[in-house]
Ligand binder design. Structure first.
Ligand code: GRF
Length: 321
């Protein structure tokens, strides 16, 4: 498969999650590949395996260095590798705010608890002590707050009556090895996932004034204005309206604008079959490189064309100055 997501994995020790992620990447349809395994611990066991499997490795001990300086060295190695994403798999270092900011929404971590429960260490014992029925693991995005980013996926693991930390950890690690490759796969392909795409459109459409979602011919669509006299300003089309693609229909000012858009980028825009005649244009959303700021601008333009005067009056006045 062409254009696989390139992943750098950071480890500090055993690297069993790294191995699970690596072997899953050998499956024919896996959408990611491992291009680097890096560590703050030159003796990390996982480095040996990565090496033996022909993956590039990098290690630099953090001892005697500031967190920031060490992170710069790791960052440089990752940039040199050409990675698109960083996957933390038992990387026992808190990353500096600077590092995290450089890789916003591109760093994933696995944590052995059902977040938001039990951030930090000793998660298994804390779940047992609390008398929980279930422990588990979570894959989440990394932000500068510890174990706090958006949770991308979880697996629950039953706590048995006679469990101790080790027996529970031994079972949770099985779940980790299933969860991590699946969560990475879903995350790196999210821009082609219809549900994710719909969420992006919905959030932007509903952020505009006086809007509501009302399905039209079985597909999500958004109106502006009150319940009764509101008008549609956007339709989400996932193989609807006789089209094959995932696209957003928005209103233009008329045929001149439609033609200008079709001329400007014929891969991005097309005339929707049933709506083209009345000034709508379709914007493709399934190419994996959607510019969401642009979609936001198209939505807001469409909203302005359709919205009742009382809502657009103030904006029009502002534009005159
Ligand atoms: C795992 O339990 C993971 O949840 C935590 O660190 C451990 C790493 O284990 N973040 P391994 O090195 O992947 O075997």
């Amino acid at each position: 498969m062409a254009d696989k997501a390139k992943i750098a994995i950071l480890i500090s020790g055993r690297g069993s999650n790294m191995a699970a992620i690596l072997y899953a990447s050998k499956l024919p349809k896996c959408p990611y590949e491992i291009i680097l395994v890096a560590s703050n611990n030159p003796d990390a066991q996982g480095l040996k395996l990565a090496n033996a499997e022909g993956i590039a490795t990098f290690a630099h001990a953090h001892k005697g260095m500031s967190r920031e300086d060490h992170d710069v060295i790791m960052h440089d190695a990752i940039i040199t590798s050409g990675a698109d994403y960083i996957v933390l798999a038992g990387y026992m270092r808190i990353l500096s705010a600077d590092f995290v900011q450089k890789w916003t929404d591109k760093i994933l971590n696995i944590h052995p608890s059902l977040l938001p429960k039990y951030k930090g260490l000793n998660t298994h014992q804390r779940a047992i002590d609390a008398g929980d029925n279930y422990a588990g693991c979570s894959v989440h995005l990394v932000t500068s707050a510890l174990d706090d980013g958006t949770v991308l996926g979880q697996i629950k693991v039953k706590i048995l009556a006679d469990d101790d930390t080790d027996s529970l950890a031994d079972r949770i690690i099985f779940a980790e090895h299933q969860l991590y490759p699946a969560a990475i796969t879903a995350y790196v392909t999210r821009e082609k996932n219809p549900e994710w795409i719909l969420d992006q459109v919905r959030a932007r459409a509903l952020a505009l004034d006086e809007t509501l979602e009302r399905p039209s011919f079985g597909t999500p669509a958004w109106r502006v204005g009150n319940e009764k006299s509101g008008k549609y300003f956007a339709y989400f089309s996932h193989r609807h309206f006789g089209e094959n693609s995932i696209s957003l229909f928005v209103k233009t000012s008329g045929s001149d604008e439609q033609e200008a858009l079709l001329d400007a980028d014929p891969m991005l825009y097309f005339l929707p079959k049933f709506y083209g005649k009345s000034g709508w244009i379709a914007v493709r959303l399934d190419r994996g490189n959607t510019d969401w700021d642009h979609v936001e601008a198209m939505l807001s333009k469409s909203w302005r064309i359709v919205a009742p005067k009382r809502l657009t009056k103030l904006i029009d006045i502002a534009h005159e100055f």
